[in-house]
Design a protein around this ligand. Structure first.
Ligand code: FAD
Length: 404
């Protein structure tokens, strides 16, 4: 389309960003009013690049447990109104009307029956195309001016529209299009923006034992202050990873302590009793065999080191009562100091975005700028792993589209 000549296009509504929320917004607008002239401006060479990478390529698009408690950010309270209109059942029904069939796994997460994220994207793309939505790819939105309507300048062309939707997402996954550029554009228009910080990502930590645990995985309960999550923890060179860690990353700050309980189903006292029994069961073995039958050997050694048990090569029987107690406590609470997060590149979502009280959840219209709508991750709302972020992107996209 680009020939060097600047084109001037006119639309009823222009949607900035062809991701989950932008595509859904375009469809909802057309379903409500087929006559609206809608354009989607996308900086990538194709729409929906990030969608293809979601859910390990399977696209976990919603969850039966969608509710405000699964989210954090300044839009959390308002999100209740969004989920009241488009909860899990309503969104699935909406998708079915668009042609997508889904199934639920045993954790309440919904995926397309094809198990392919491309099915979700194709359904969205084809619905857009068949309803007459116009896509402009390789168009990076650079500035917005308000005259009688909106004047949108990209790196190539100029678009005018009566209504504008900011659906440019967050800074998460920059290789997939994450830029959070709507935040910069809206900031210039007087909106308050909570700075983007990476979330749903590995947590960088330091600890003397981390090196010795590198490459191992364990079922555990991870915790910070008053919040805990259970699941598989992966110990890496300089970080902890795994879905339970990703969920905690929504709430962590540098210098917080993250604890790992390797045996969350038994108490410290119960574990002490087991170790006491093991001490005699494995009386011919060395001290580092104390956790035999309970923990992986390398993890057991890291636990013993944390418990300040010296010389693993001595017999198990030489372990004193206090040492057993320390070993039990260490296994129930390995401590790691948080040094930071793994960055936008490895984050699936972000905290931050347009401040919640500036958006009306019944229409997704800005309270600051009439006829300007915001949806998806451009808003300061971030959900846990499990389909919650796509759910909000789709639900808020539908509401914005129906309001155009
Ligand atoms: C690897 C990965 C896996 C994930 N898996 C899941 C999952 O299984 N379930 C789940 O719920 N969530 C998942 N997420 C999160 C989910 O993808 C996002 O929350 C969701 O895509 C947000 O939708 P959005 O429309 O707000 O933003 P996006 O989908 O990011 O779309 C924004 C679009 O705007 C475009 N854009 C940005 N700036 C400009 C500009 N200046 N001009 C023009 N276009 C612009 C971008 O290129 C992009 O296409 C995952 C994220 C990642 C990175």
């Amino acid at each position: 389309m680009f020939s060097g000549e600047v084109m001037n296009y006119k639309f009823d509504a222009v949607i900035l960003g062809g991701g989950a929320s932008g595509l859904m917004c375009a469809i909802a607008a057309k379903r409500k009013n087929q006559h609206l002239k809608i354009a989607v401006l996308e900086k990538n060479d194709r729409v929906g690049k990030k969608l293809l990478a979601t859910g390990n390529g399977r696209c976990n698009l919603t969850n039966e447990n969608v509710c405000r408690e699964r989210y954090t950010g300044s839009f959390t309270k308002q999100s209740e109104a969004v989920f009241k209109r488009y909860g899990c059942a309503e969104l699935l029904e909406y998708f079915e009307a668009l042609g997508l069939l889904t199934f639920k796994d045993n954790e309440g997460r919904y995926y397309p029956v094809s198990r392919q994220a491309s099915s979700v994207l194709d359904v969205l793309r084809f619905n857009c195309e068949n309803r007459g939505v116009e896509f402009f790819c390789k168009e990076t939105v650079q500035s917005i001016k308000k005259q009688s309507g909106f004047l949108i300048k990209t790196d190539k062309n100029v678009f005018s529209a009566k209504k504008l939707v900011a659906a440019t997402g967050s800074k998460a996954g920059p290789k997939l299009g994450g830029s959070g550029s709507a935040a910069d554009i809206l900031k210039n228009r007087g909106h308050k923006i909570v700075p983007f910080t990476p979330a749903l990502c590995p947590i960088e930590v330091k600890s003397d034992i981390l090196k010795s645990l590198k490459g191992l995985r364990a079922q555990a309960e991870v915790g910070i202050a008053d919040r805990t999550e259970r699941g598989e923890v992966q110990f890496n060179e300089d970080n902890l990873s795994g879905i339970c860690v990703f969920n905690l990353s929504l709430y962590t700050r540098p210098n917080d302590i993250i604890t790992v309980d390797l045996l969350p189903d038994i108490s410290n006292k119960e574990l002490y009793d087991v170790l006491l029994k093991n001490k005699s069961l494995f009386s011919l073995q060395n001290a580092d065999c104390l956790f035999t039958g309970i923990l992986q050997k390398r993890i057991a050694q890291a636990v013993m080191k944390t418990a300040e048990i010296k010389d693993f090569s001595r017999p198990c029987t030489t372990l004193g009562d206090e040492e057993l107690r320390r070993a039990a406590n260490a296994a129930k609470s390995l401590r790691f100091t948080i040094t930071g997060n793994a960055g936008f590149d490895r984050s699936q979502a972000c905290r931050g975005g347009v401040q919640g009280n500036e958006i009306d959840p019944l229409t997704m219209q800005s309270r600051i700028d009439k006829n300007l709508y915001v949806c998806g991750e451009a808003i300061d709302l971030c959900g846990e792993c499990g389909g919650y972020n796509l759910h909000f992107a789709f639900a808020s996209g539908i509401i914005a589209g129906e309001s155009l």
